[in-house]
Design a protein around this ligand. Sequence first.
Ligand SMILES: [Zn+2]
Length: 217
Amino acid sequence: MQAAADTADRNQQTDGRQTRAASVAHGTRNPDRRTSRRHTASHGRSRQERYERGTRSYTMSHIRGKDTTIEVLVRSYLFARGLRFRKNDKRYPGHPDVVLPKWHTIVFINGCFWHAHSNCSAFSRPKSNVEFWSAKLLRNTERDERQHAQLVAAGWHVIVVWECELAKPVREARLAKLYDQITAMPGTEPGVIDDTIPAKSRNNQPTAEPDDTMQPR
Ligand SMILES: [Zn+2]
């Protein structure tokens, strides 16, 4: 199953036709009429169902990218407040969205789906093709944790901002807080800041060995 998931994953990166082929191999295309009958009976044809018909991965592959709206939003705000940064810097694990060398701080702006935001009302796990998505999203979260640990070990402050924190009603407050968090960094120990995780369960212990090439500069 792992191998199959990987294959589907690779195919997703290319084009719609191959995604479709991968979905078929995976058994997700027209996953089952049982599902659609159940949905139709309750709330008609839902958005979720459209994805289940084999188009979810295709759709998703087109909305992730290095300049999605939430990233532009955050960068524009920080720039307007006078902060200067590099974006999508490939020298660092995870190609961070925002790198602020002066503040020794890296900001990741995470989509709640792709990064499997836990306890998030905006993110729900796909109901079909469960094994594939569980494996994929688990890989994503494990990779995130690993990369954050590497950056912290190299002396960076890592701030994670989630898509759901940028919803209109809460956006302004979150961005203002982000600015404060960044500019308050000097003199504090490197670690991961994720406002959506209760402080007591945060684990800031770096597990990775420091890597000189990732030092703040
Ligand atoms: Zn979220």
